[in-house]
Design a protein around this ligand. Structure first.
Ligand SMILES: Cc1cc2nc3c(=O)[nH]c(=O)nc-3n(C[C@H](O)[C@H](O)[C@H](O)COP(=O)(O)O)c2cc1C
Length: 375
């Protein structure tokens, strides 16, 4: 068994494009992966992460959308471009692996830079712009445009990957509908449903619908801001995939009214909400001009941590206000997590799982470090 600290683990190369990184996925590594037991979050309730007997040294029973899983740690949609990236991070201490968002047709990636480091403190959504940084300081602007391989390619890849993924690890596939000229919301819902069904047929344990992408201008990117549309799409997908666990990824919800409306709209149809999908703003380059053709880009990484934990706590509070009989959605904390303390903060805020994107790309060893910190 290799000791991770003696390794320089391979990672995504931000100086190269999506296609190069797609082809150059690392091989899984053989490392000692510490188990995650009771993580000492007093606010945890409902059996998630709590030892069955409550005794010291008891084995914690984590679940993800009702499925047993070895820890609350996962990789969010993004870093896992294909099955080889999934298997690599599965070997590095992550138990829920989210396959980067796929579509019903081929979609190229935006040009470089796809990942632009920026200088910014904690964000709250009011930022008009951020400035580029010479090197990574914890946050970057993400500009991929949700590229996708042809369905035949990703479906075969998911099937192969699920077959190779160790037992106890879950493969979640992120899907998005692709709006076409003249389409209605029903057409968009059918496209989401097609991708979701294909994912399940290929062996996905869960499906995550991306209802929020700050980097695409069309309504498929911001469906979470339209509660009625979100309910229609989620209902259609639920009909198509039956009881398979279904997650919705959302962005920043500014008002209490919007949060309530979204919860009420999605509660009948889905099992979990993953939040938050970055905070969008303009990015100013070294020449003082706006980058990315003057369009906003989602900022991911440490700048989003505080706002995302606050949003999880907000949704948790709203759910607790309902009667005990009301169906409760699992909350998946996403945004800026990179330490065991961050994981504890999300769990204490009401999340039952914590998924990372930026931190795993910057430091592939981060899952192992978090697990050691949680012991
Ligand atoms: C390289 C990269 C690609 C991403 N691609 C997707 C995507 O395809 N679908 C999606 O729902 N979110 C995508 N995201 C957003 C992440 O899932 C996550 O919401 C966001 O990065 C915040 O988490 P972090 O601060 O740990 O990076 C991407 C993020 C990164 C860094």
């Amino acid at each position: 068994m290799i000791q991770p600290s003696t390794l320089t683990l391979p990672r995504y190369d931000i100086s190269r494009d999506y296609a190069w990184n797609y082809e150059h996925a690392p091989e899984p590594v053989k490392v000692d992966v510490p188990p995650v037991g009771f993580v000492g979050v007093p606010a945890l309730a409902g059996g998630v992460g709590v030892p069955p007997s409550g005794g010291v040294g008891a084995v914690a029973s984590w679940t993800f959308c009702g499925l047993p899983v070895a820890s609350p740690l996962g990789v969010a949609a993004g870093p896992l471009l294909n099955g080889r990236w999934v298997l690599y991070y599965a070997s590095l201490g992550f138990d829920v692996l989210t396959y980067k968002t796929v579509r019903s047709g081929l979609r190229p990636c935006y040009p470089l830079p796809n990942l632009q480091p920026v200088t910014v403190g904690p964000m709250d959504g009011s930022e008009e712009r951020v400035h580029v940084a010479g090197s990574m300081q914890g946050s970057w602007a993400v500009s991929f445009g949700m590229p996708s391989q042809e369905p035949g390619v990703w479906r075969a890849d998911i099937e192969r990957t699920r077959a190779r993924l160790p037992r106890g690890k879950l493969l979640s596939v992120s899907v998005v509908g692709t709006i076409q000229e003249g389409w209605t919301i029903d057409d968009l819902a059918a496209d989401y449903a097609r991708c979701a069904l294909w994912s399940v047929e290929s062996g996905a344990d869960c499906v995550e619908m991306n209802f929020s992408c700050p980097n695409v201008a069309t309504c498929d990117g911001q469906l979470y801001q339209d509660a009625a549309g979100a309910a229609l799409v989620a209902g259609r997908v639920r009909c198509e995939i039956g009881k398979q666990p279904l997650i919705v990824k959302i962005g920043r919800v500014a008002s209490e009214e919007d949060a309530r409306a979204l919860l009420d709209a999605l509660r009948p149809h889905v099992d979990a909400l993953a939040m938050t999908n970055s905070i969008a703003t303009f990015v100013v380059g070294p020449d003082g001009e706006k980058m990315f053709d003057g369009q906003r880009r989602g900022i991911c990484g440490s700048a989003t941590f505080q706002a995302s934990v606050a949003q999880v706590a907000h949704f948790d509070r709203l759910q607790r206000e309902h009667s005990a009989a009301a169906r409760r959605l699992d909350l998946i904390g996403v945004g800026g997590a990179s330490t065991a303390e961050h994981v504890r903060a999300y769990l204490a805020a009401g999340a039952s799982a914590v998924h990372l994107a930026t931190a795993v790309m910057v430091d592939p060893e981060v899952g192992l470090k978090i697990r050691r910190g949680l012991r």
